[in-house]
Design a binder for this molecule. Structure first.
Ligand code: HEC
Length: 109
C-alpha cells in the first residue's frame, strides 16, 4: 500500500466511526436537538435565557421551579411565561415537543 492509499483508508475509517457515534445518540435525541436549535436556541442557547437570565432551563434550575419532567417543559411551551414565544400543537406537534423536552432535560444540567 502506498502512502496516499493508507491515508485514504485511515480517513475513511475515522469518518465511518464518527458516523456510528452520531447514530448511537438515538434518532429522537437528534430530532430534539435539531428542533431545539430551530425554535428555542435564539433565547435559550446553552440552556440559558437571554430574555430573563433568572429563568435558565438547566435541569436543576427547572427543578427548583417545579419542572421535573418532559411534561412540565411541554406545558411551558404551550403556556409560556412573559417574554417567551408560545408554541401550540400546530407549530410544534406533541411528539416533537416531547423530543425537545427530553433533549433539554438530557443536555442542560
Ligand atoms: C423569545 C425568547 C424565547 C424563546 C424563543 C423560547 N423561550 Fe423559553 N423562556 C423565555 C423566557 C423569557 C422565559 C421565562 C418566562 C417566565 O418568566 O416564566 C422562558 C422560560 C422557559 C422555561 C421555564 C419555564 C418556567 O416556568 O420555569 C422553559 C422550560 C422554556 N422556556 C423552554 C423553551 C423551549 C423548549 C423553547 C423552544 C420550543 C423556548 N423556551 C423558546 C424565552 C424564550
Amino acid at each position: 500500500m502506498n502512502k496516499v492509499t493508507s491515508i485514504l483508508v485511515a480517513t475513511v475509517a475515522v469518518v465511518s466511526l464518527s458516523g456510528l457515534a452520531l447514530a448511537s445518540g438515538g434518532k429522537d435525541t437528534k430530532k430534539g436537538e435539531d428542533l431545539f436549535k430551530q425554535h428555542c436556541m435564539s433565547c435559550h442557547a446553552d440552556g440559558g435565557n437571554i430574555v430573563n437570565p433568572q429563568k435558565t432551563i438547566g435541569k436543576e434550575a427547572l427543578k427548583s421551579r417545579g419542572i421535573t419532567n418532559w411534561k412540565g417543559i411541554v406545558k411551558s411551551m404551550r403556556n409560556p411565561g412573559p417574554g417567551m414565544t408560545k408554541y401550540d400543537a400546530k407549530t410544534i406537534p406533541d411528539k416533537d415537543a416531547k423530543a425537545i423536552a427530553e433533549y433539554v432535560l438530557k443536555t442542560f444540567k
